[in-house]
Design a protein around this ligand. Structure first.
Ligand code: AMP
Length: 421
């Protein structure tokens, strides 16, 4: 079914054509008509499914149908899009602005997030904004400074709601909800629906249309998953081996800690591989630079932690590597969702060592799939898997004592490795 069947304004269809979207994705087909009718929507979809345009297009249509704001008048905030990370805020803002390009009524979009000075954001909000894309903490700061009011808004979008809770924004979210008008449209997007998210959705949504797509990774034909058995100490060498393959032209490597991100990137650079770390302790400017270089293909490898890489969208990313396994099965889904986006094929490779085998088995069990173990000639493991620990260490979403110990062990292991080389 083409975009033209969705009753979108011609200006929005032109913007879609500018972006070379040939046809709506499944979530766009399901969500756009319902949102245009004013319904609440709760959608579960894989990252990369096209969910940003699924809410941005109807939002823009609704706002551009309102009367133009007279010169000098304050724009009342019509829509708030809450996102968990700065990168996602910037990306969502960029998509909305791009899709609004041909509208005759100007729709102002403000993007606000923490980690940078609040003053330019306050200046930008003078005169109001139609849409604000925000991380929760900075939005509350701006509300406390009387720089913005959200009491008038018609639509609230929660993007990556599971991650908002996962990153500890629950209290901020509750404060924000209390400031919103009772009567509003709420659009709730989440990659996963653990009980806390179901509960949150139940309190926020009114007779929503529920849009569900398969969540388990085994139903994603576009992502090939591989699990390579290798000794933990030889992972960087194995990574260098793979990086010689032309298919590995751009690779997102996930590690457990900021320190590991620094060390792995540095080791690759020693072999003239263009690699940079990407984690929460880098300045906002540095993170933007690294992301820009990676997107522009000036970098072959970005070595990232989960939090930093959450929500970033890089089109045609061919390979994702779990250098360190993710802490939870949910994180595994998020990580591998970075590749194989919007119909492009993708490859997700997990390095599994003797000490992480049980952990990987539990991820497989939780996600109800099984990836065949492989060994690469010249990198055959010398250590045998450790029996015991039937849980494999995977716990809930918060760091358990065991998780903290594991993180510390991973850090020590990486540091020891660095000292040896
Ligand atoms: P999202 O799930 O919103 O992060 O989108 C993932 C990627 O899919 C982005 O690069 C979008 O530009 C792209 N995309 C969104 N909608 C479409 C579409 N209908 N056709 C092709 N690509 C799309």
């Amino acid at each position: 079914m083409p975009f033209s069947s969705l009753n979108l304004f011609p200006a929005l269809l032109s913007a879609v054509a500018d972006r070379d979207y040939l046809a709506p994705t499944a979530i766009q087909l399901a969500a756009i008509p319902a949102i245009l009718q004013g319904r609440d929507v709760v959608a579960s979809a894989q990252t990369g499914s096209g969910k940003t345009a699924a809410f941005a297009l109807p939002l823009l249509q609704q706002i551009s149908a309102k009367p133009a704001v007279p010169r000098g008048a304050i724009r009342p905030t019509s829509a708030l899009v809450l996102v968990p990370t700065r990168e996602l805020a910037a990306q969502v803002g960029e998509t909305i602005v791009g899709l609004s390009a041909h509208l005759t009524r100007r729709v102002k979009v403000a993007v606000v997030f923490g980690g940078v000075s609040i003053n330019p954001q306050m200046m930008n909000l003078r005169g109001g904004t139609d849409i604000v894309v925000a991380t929760p903490g900075r939005l509350l700061d701006l509300i406390d400074h009387n720089a913005i009011s959200i009491s008038t808004l018609s639509t609230l979008v929660l993007d990556e709601a599971d991650r908002l809770l996962d990153l500890g924004f629950g209290d901020e979210l509750q404060r924000i909800l209390r400031l919103l008008p009772e009567t509003r449209q709420t659009l709730f997007f989440s990659a996963t629906f653990p009980p806390a998210i179901e509960k949150l959705a139940a309190t926020m949504l009114l007779a929503p249309l529920r849009i569900e797509f398969a969540q388990t990774t085994d139903t994603q034909p576009d992502i090939v998953q591989r699990a390579i058995e290798v000794d933990a100490t030889r992972r960087t060498q194995l990574l260098r081996h793979f990086l010689q393959n032309p298919q590995w032209s751009r690779v997102l490597v996930f590690v457990a800690t900021k320190h590991a991100a620094e060390i792995v990137a540095e080791k690759l650079r020693k072999y003239s591989i263009k690699a940079e770390p990407f984690h929460g302790e880098l300045s906002q400017g540095k993170r933007q630079q690294v992301l820009h270089d990676f997107k522009a293909k000036a970098l072959q490898v970005m070595v990232a932690t989960d939090v930093a890489a959450r929500g970033i969208d890089i089109t045609q990313l061919p390979v994702v590597v779990n250098f360190d396994l993710p802490r939870s099965a949910v994180d595994y889904t998020h990580r591998i969702g970075r590749t194989g986006r919007a119909g492009e094929p993708g490859l997700a490779v997990s390095f599994v060592s003797a000490s992480s085998e049980a952990h990987f088995r539990l991820i497989e069990k939780r996600q109800n799939f099984r990836v065949a173990r492989e060994q690469i000639v010249g990198f055959e493991p010398t250590e045998a898997a450790v029996p015991g620990d039937p849980n494999g260490g995977v716990k809930g979403l918060r760091l358990s004592k065991k998780d903290k110990l594991r993180e510390a062990a991973a850090l020590a292991e990486t540091a020891a490795l660095a000292a040896r080389r």
